[in-house]
Ligand binder design. Structure first.
Ligand code: SF4
Ligand code: SF4
Length: 142
C-alpha cells in the first residue's frame, strides 16, 4: 500500500464539486483529511493522507490535476542521515508504509523516500537520531 500526505489547492470554480469523493469511487483510494479550509477568495485548501496502490495514486493525482487542482507535497520531508544510521532496524518496526525495511541477506536498513508518508514515527524511534524532518516545497504536478 502506497501512502502519502498531499496538499490540495482548489480553484474557486471547483471548490463546491465533490472531487475528492471520486478518488475513492473511481480510483479505490482511501483518504484521511487532516485539515480543510476555504480561503478568503473562496479557494479550497485541503491536507490529507492518500493511500492505495501506487498506480491508482498516480492516476488519482492526474485526475486532480485535470480538474484544475494544484497538488503539492507537505512542506516537510523525512530524510535519513546515512552517517548516523547503524542499521539497528528499530525504525522498521514503527514505519507504517514500509519506507524503512530490512534488506536480506545483508540485514541493512533501506529507506525509500518515495513511499514515506512523513508520519514522523521513525524520528523518535531512532536511537542515533538519523531520521530528520526537513522543510521542502516540492510540487508533484504543476
Ligand atoms: S532506527 Fe535509526 S539507526 Fe536504526 S536503522 Fe533506523 S535510521 Fe538507522
Ligand atoms: S516518516 Fe518514517 S515512519 Fe513515517 S512513513 Fe516515513 S520513513 Fe516510515
Amino acid at each position: 500500500m502506497y501512502s502519502k500526505m498531499v496538499i490540495l489547492r482548489f480553484p474557486q470554480t471547483t471548490v463546491q464539486k465533490p472531487i475528492v469523493c471520486y478518488l475513492a469511487k473511481d480510483y479505490d483510494l482511501i483518504f484521511n483529511i487532516l485539515n480543510a479550509t476555504v480561503l478568503p477568495r473562496k479557494e479550497g485548501f485541503l491536507v490529507m493522507e492518500l493511500s492505495g496502490s501506487r498506480k491508482n495514486f498516480n492516476l488519482g493525482i492526474q485526475y486532480l490535476k485535470d480538474q484544475g487542482v494544484q497538488v503539492q507535497s507537505p512542506d516537510q520531508e523525512v530524510k535519513r542521515v546515512k552517517d548516523k544510521c547503524t542499521h539497528c532496524g528499530a525504525c522498521t518496526a514503527v514505519c507504517p508504509t514500509s519506507a524503512l525495511s530490512v534488506e536480506r541477506p545483508e540485514m541493512t536498513v533501506k529507506f525509500d523516500q518515495n513511499i514515506c508518508s512523513v508520519c514522523e514515527l521513525c524520528v523518535p524511534a531512532c536511537p542515533t537520531r538519523a531520521m530528520e524532518v526537513r522543510p521542502t516545497n516540492k510540487v508533484f504536478f504543476e
